[in-house]
Design a protein around this ligand. Structure first.
Ligand SMILES: *Cc1c(COP(=O)(O)O)cnc(C)c1O
Length: 453
């Protein structure tokens, strides 16, 4: 029997993040200023981001040093364990070897503190006193509240209204760490007031909450904005996941045939996979799979084009797979996967065929999650369960083909705050959503028309 947990020493914590921008087969499409529609200049971002993060956003250096002050805090839970899923393999009767990198060991219960900590750190260095942000399912708000409490910053969280009522304990945790949390759309911002005027019962969306948080940060001199996914610097910070996993697999004498992550904005997927994308660009044959919900099928059914990151069209235009910035997905339980767009880097790699995407329905996703909990013990977040569904499918394919492949997936977080979703699944209340091409065309009609050469 081989090891169940493959652990690294604290001294093996990565010293640098990996920047995939250094290795892209073709240059990325530049973000555009939302007003002029000309390529964005770094100073356009300075009202809401500190210069250190803006530099990381555009850097093409392959390796970027992790400040020692950040590594000190990472050491509270990193390096995270890599598990071999022996019991899941046995239950599936598969010859595949399944490994998972468990990011639920952070204090916030997900991978998100990997970027919340450095973002709070660089803002603190720049003299910022307060960070404003949005949160969908609550994980990002939780992670930023934690980071702000470590660095003595105020934290203002606009929480998508459906989640605010579905997950009261998420709010409690943010408040324990000192954050202020309001349901979005709120009456505190122009964007929020306009949305409430349009629909007083709006369940909110990530796009709306981003508009509120960006407006808040842009209109207060003491405040900056922090985003939990999508942007290049966020994905960069998450690469500690994949860098550690690579070392851990090497200790087990393995290299993965599959690398799988769930994909909302793309940060945990990128964090795990980009160090393997580097190898794929240099000739490895690994299948790298992003898994999104059928109810928010951005990569699999969206369009690759310039769109706004938020509903009120305040953010820069970025080239990405999008369902349209007005798209409001149904209140599916994987709240962290409800974003209308996707990271430009993940989008580009998908467009160039270096990665694949899948979009399972939520009932089959929860079925895989429950199988995982009953074999491996850990209750996965509903978001993570999408990666588990794709992993189980790959393992079953291996069984049918009689081939023993190594599968690596990211267990991006635990589901201890998501038990309402499990209740609904177990009592048969969860529904699968299917869009017609017409439904999707409505959202896509709001995408601005930008000529690109
Ligand atoms: C936020 C979240 C996600 C989705 O976000 P990405 O940026 O795509 O990683 C996935 N899993 C968990 C546990 C999350 O908290």
């Amino acid at each position: 029997m081989t090891q169940t947990k493959i652990l690294l020493d604290e001294k093996d914590l990565p010293q640098q993040w990996y920047n995939v921008l250094a290795d892209l087969p073709s240059p990325p499409a530049p973000p555009l200023n939302p007003q002029t529609r000309q390529p964005l200049r770094p100073e356009d971002l300075s009202p809401i981001f500190p210069m250190a993060l803006i530099e990381q956003e555009v850097s093409t250096k392959r390796w970027i040093d992790i400040p020692e002050e950040v590594r000190e805090i990472y050491r509270l839970w990193r390096p995270t364990p890599l598990f071999r899923a022996h019991r899941l393999e046995a239950a599936l009767g598969t010859p595949a070897r399944i490994y998972y990198k468990y990011e639920g060991t952070s204090p916030a219960g997900s991978h998100k503190p990997n970027t919340a900590i450095p973002q709070a750190y660089y803002n603190k260095q720049a003299g910022v006193k307060r960070l404003a942000t949005e949160t969908g399912a609550g994980q990002w708000g939780t992670a930023l509240a934690l980071a702000c409490s470590f660095y003595g910053l105020e934290c203002m969280v606009y929480m998508v209204k459906v989640s605010y009522s579905q997950k009261p304990y998420r709010r409690s945790l943010m408040e324990v760490w000192g954050a202020t949390v309001v349901p979005s759309p709120s009456d505190r911002t122009n964007a929020g007031r306009q949305m409430l005027a349009r629909d007083p019962h709006s369940p909110g969306s990530l796009g709306m909450a981003i508009s509120e948080a960006v407006e808040d940060a842009a209109t207060r001199p003491d405040s900056n904005y922090a985003l939990g996914s999508v942007l290049n610097h966020v994905l960069l910070h998450q690469t500690v996941i994949g860098l550690e996993a690579k070392k851990q697999l090497a200790l087990a004498g393995e290299y993965p045939d599959y690398v799988i992550g769930c994909c909302g904005g793309g940060s945990n997927f990128a964090g795990l996979s980009f160090p393997f994308v580097y190898d794929k660009i240099h000739g490895k044959k690994t299948r790298i799979i992003a898994v999104e919900p059928a109810a928010c099928p951005t990569l699999t059914r969206g369009r690759y084009t310039y769109d706004f990151g938020d509903t009120a069209a305040l953010t820069p235009l970025v080239k990405m797979y999008t369902l349209g910035h007005d798209f409001v997905p149904p209140g599916i339980h994987a709240g962290g996967l409800r974003y209308h767009g996707d990271s430009p880097l993940v989008s580009q790699l998908y467009h160039e065929g270096l990665i694949e995407a899948k979009a399972p329905h939520q009932r089959s996703v929860f079925e895989a999650a429950v199988l995982f909990a009953r074999t491996e013990g850990i209750l996965p977040a509903p978001e993570t369960a999408h990666a588990i569904r794709a992993t189980v499918d790959a393992a079953i394919e291996c069984r049918e083909a009689g081939s023993s492949k190594a599968i690596l997936f990211c267990l991006s977080g635990h589901g201890h705050f998501d038990l309402t979703a499990y209740d609904d699944y177990l009592s048969g209340k969860l529904e699968d959503f299917d869009y017609t091409a017409e439904d999707l065309a409505k959202g896509l009609a709001t995408v601005p028309k930008i000529e690109t050469g």
